[in-house]
Ligand binder design. Sequence first.
Ligand code: EPU
Length: 433
Amino acid sequence: MDKLVIRGGVPLHGTIRVGGAKNAALPCMAACLLTEDELLLDQVPDVRDLQTTRRLLETMGVETDAGSGRARHRMALKARNITNPEAAYDLVKTMRASTLVLGPLLARTGQARVSLPGGCAIGARPINLHLLGLEKLGARLRQEHGYVIAETDRLRGNHYVFDRITVTGTEDVLMAAVLAEGETVLENCALEPEVVDLAELLIKMGAKIEGAGTPTLRIQGVARLHGASHRIIPDRIEAGTFILAGLITGGQLTVTGLNPLHLRALLDRLQEAGADLRVGADAVETHPSPRLRGLDITTAEYPGFATDLQAQYMALMTRAEGTAVITETIFENRFMHALEMVRMGADIKIEGNRAIVRGPAPLTGAAVLASDLRASASLVLSGLAAEGETIIDRIYHIDRGYERIEDKLRAVGGVIRRIGNLIPQPASAAASL
Ligand code: EPU
């Protein structure tokens, strides 16, 4: 199992570029199932979850082709024939977003057999709202041997109100509705930029969708969709992680290739907390911010403060003057990183869904354990700020969503390297996102 070894206390300097958004590329890749024509995607990050998605699509009969070298972020997907409309447990258990194939499979072939994901390191994460939405469109569902089996003669448009906001739920039901007969109105939809990116791709493929980026999506079903090419939006979570890395090390770091509009909640909170940031059209520059003070945040659906940046923000708050109360409202168990940060010297108390961070704490390097993707990123940030050496174990989590993070950080002065050992990673050890 690989580990990351970090020698902290070195300010990051220079320019770091973000890649395409993993959480936008995932549904966009699944959208290939909606057409027999070719889909060409650009700015697809080379991360493990997308390699898993590619494998999953191939098991269904999709022909895929990814570039190499400089072209490695391009991918062609062609679902001429769907020979096996099934997402098997072996893949779903390593990546719960595999359930995103349910809606498009059902819409295109009238049938799908998708393994139910189990629990996850950060919470229970059911998919009941995806299933209710698909039932509203006329799917007949039953559960057997840990699988959802869905069938329909033809999906029909309907009106469905999500009981709570769900990102992949909105994407799943949207992909079903674009090929349903007649009009579908979806209310209380997720507003995340990744949902809007998927809607834009679907529109390029011939779908009729109004209201992307608002709580109400209005879809006129069409009989068929065609191929398209699409560039995935920049990864706002990777961008936010690097901005926080610049600040936590007191460096002068330019994070480029991002869309600052997608990062408004983070940038506003950071500036309120006293961070010295220069925000450009597609870049954010961090400067040493000695007067950084503790500032409370509460995670929320977009455009609120992203739960996927909560752990990394907590790392920064351990270094700020005063108290910050961090309230997590999206997932019920997303504070595992806090306990590891405490082992590095942070003063953090957990009370239910609130973490009370008192700073500044002098962090010292330690051996720590990563529990999920964003927790791993927060431990990398803590390690970059800590005195001495930090060794992060179970680092395979980070490869699911960050492309070569250690190379990117090393290029801006981070003292970080990957070491491997000979103990193979058990497949069941990979928690799913
Ligand atoms: N929920 C339900 N029923 C459902 C669906 C969701 O109760 O049918 C609950 C969840 O348990 C959770 C809340 O609703 O408490 C919101 O979950 P959501 O469905 O929005 O999360 P998701 O779609 O499974 C995506 C991202 C996550 C990100 C969340 C929240 C992808 C592939 N994943 O997950 O990304 O944290 O939205 O923004 O888009 C990550 O990249 O590290 C990651 C975990």
